[in-house]
Design a protein around this ligand. Structure first.
Ligand SMILES: Nc1ncnc2c1ncn2[C@@H]1O[C@H](COP(=O)(O)OP(=O)(O)OP(=O)(O)O)[C@@H](O)[C@H]1O
Ligand SMILES: [Mg+2]
Length: 498
């Protein structure tokens, strides 16, 4: 107690104003012990200030005072105000304690109420944000199907015009026989099916789709390029649908396991769930299905992940075709995609794109030349070029841009021949044992080539005819496998592409 007293301001003041005549004293329970004589010096308890120590007096603990503060209990041997003072002090301390408890309880209640109110507001704000966010997500996906499409803008910018049609006018554009069908599919006029557009590299598949999209200004259409990596596929799908996969959702900050702790395949599934909701609303409003185009499907890997993705896409395509919510159009250069899809296909329709027939190929060449090198060629020149490169649009457009068409055509033939020999050239008799697998692959290709060349004589009217142009010998897939006595190589030739 005396130790407490020694820390109170009043005692410190006491030391300042009345320095003891003896050296520093030790405090004991009874008072201060004299360091020299070992005697105890009692505290002076009487207040020398107005109000202190007298009942009904005024003043407070902060008043300057000589002697110990109010907290100090009088010692039995030094008590100077008697029993009534003791009672009063007890009563006051009891009252003070009760008052303190009440205040504490009140404060606890107050802070509990404040915390509760803050949490309620936070919860409401969070719930509101969540609802708002979900709406915005659907709104953004819906906007992705409104007129105008980044794919169209990109294609037009690449051609330096406002149109995806080369040259920006109908003049240079050949209307392919398949265009009508593609127009209907892309405009969402077909129902109950999904489509696989299959054709050799550079035969004009993408151009046909872009042309069809442009005719309806991309209304109700989203298009994306496939990729072997599922993460990149996921990002491209997100871009096409304007869906962020909840990566911009603030709520994920409070979640231990955020929505991004997932696989690309799950994200793709989530995107399709959202798309389905939008498609349902649009179907009710416009009565037309959305159109989703997956270009370059052949780029998906032929491994477990790739097959899982194809299965997921096909399941959705089947379900949406059945309900008329969304028409899916797959586009591929390789036949293998057809084989993969064929397993579970019940509503799939195949659209094959072939090289142009002679009259259309020469017409395309003439139009290209009119744009790049007008009035330079005779009809005979154009026919000779067709004889060299055939009706493949990518070759025709490349040849047409060159000043010397024939040289360019021969260069293309040479490159293709080299490509064939690089991939399937025979190594000769001195080949090493280590290359056995390659040798089988190359020799099977050469066996097939020889069989096709041998069939040229059997083509009705010859392989080249002035009226109809080229007609190359063809064999069905199973016969080709029979000729090669290998079933697996044909896919690799297709992928090469040979
Ligand atoms: N209808 C057409 N009229 C004129 N030129 C065309 C037409 N269609 C395509 N082309 C030209 O043919 C070339 C190849 O076209 P496109 O890229 O559309 O073919 P693709 O089949 O999609 O090729 P890939 O398999 O490489 O994707 C392009 O240069 C394009 O300008
Ligand atoms: Mg293409």
């Amino acid at each position: 107690m005396a130790a407490r007293a020694s820390r109170t301001p009043s005692l410190r003041l006491c030391r300042v104003f009345c320095p003891p005549p003896w050296p520093a004293a030790h405090s004991t329970k009874q008072g201060l012990s004299h360091p020299i004589k070992g005697t105890t010096v009692p505290f002076v308890h009487r207040r020398f200030q107005s109000g202190h120590g007298t009942p009904g007096g005024t003043g407070g603990g902060n008043d300057y005072q000589l002697g110990p503060s109010q907290e100090v209990q009088p010692q039995p041997n030094t008590q100077s105000w008697g029993e009534s003072g003791q009672h009063e002090e007890d009563f006051r301390s009891h009252n003070k304690q009760r008052h303190d408890w009440r205040q504490t309880a009140y404060r606890m209640l107050e802070s509990a109420a404040t915390t509760g109110a803050s949490l309620a507001i936070l919860g409401l704000a969070g719930f509101g944000y969540h609802k708002y966010y979900k709406n915005v997500v659907l709104q953004k996906i819906n906007n992705a199907f409104e007129p105008g499409d980044p794919v169209l803008e990109l294609a037009a910018a690449g051609r330096g015009s406002t149109s995806v049609v080369p040259g920006g006018t109908e003049k240079e554009w050949i209307v392919r026989p398949e265009q009508d069908k593609i127009d209907k599919v892309v405009a969402g006029e077909t129902n109950g099916h999904y489509y696989l557009l299959l054709g050799e590299k550079g035969c004009g598949k993408t151009s046909m789709i872009l042309d069809a999209m442009q005719k309806v200004d991309g209304l109700g259409i989203a298009m994306m390029e496939c990729h072997a990596d599922l993460e990149i596929f996921r990002i491209r799908l997100g871009k096409a649908l304007d869906f962020e996969f909840h990566e911009d959702y603030i709520g994920s900050l409070f979640s231990i396991r955020g929505p991004r702790d997932t696989t690309a395949l799950l994200d793709i599934e989530r995107a399709f769930n959202k798309l389905e909701k939008v498609a349902l609303k649009r179907k009710r409003r416009t009565g037309q299905p959305l159109v989703l185009i997956f270009n370059s499907m052949h780029l998906l890997r032929d491994d477990e992940d790739g097959l899982d993705l194809i299965e997921l896409l096909q399941q959705r395509a089947e379900a949406w075709a059945a309900t008329g919510l969304c028409t899916v159009l797959f586009c591929s250069d390789d036949y293998i995609v057809y084989e993969k899809l064929k397993h579970y296909a019940s509503r799939m329709e195949l659209i094959t794109v072939q090289d142009l027939p002679k009259d259309m190929a020469i017409s395309a060449l003439r139009r290209y030349r009119a744009k790049h090198h007008a009035n330079q060629d005779t009809e005979g020149d154009l026919e000779r070029i067709y004889q060299l490169v055939g009706g493949r649009l990518s070759y025709l457009s490349r040849v047409a841009q060159a000043s010397n068409m024939e040289a360019k055509a021969n260069e293309i033939i040479e490159n293709e021949e080299r490509w064939l020999l690089t991939n399937c050239g025979l190594l000769g008799e001195g080949q090493d044992d280590d290359v056995n697998e390659y040798s089988k692959f190359a020799s099977a290709a050469m066996v097939l080539c020889r069989a096709l060349v041998a069939m040229e004589d059997k083509v009705e009217g010859g392989t080249y005819n002035e009226d109809r142009g080229w007609k190359l010998p063809q064999v069905p897939l199973h016969i080709a496998r029979e000729i090669m006595t290998r079933a697996d190589f044909i896919h690799r030739y297709d992928v090469c592409p040979i």
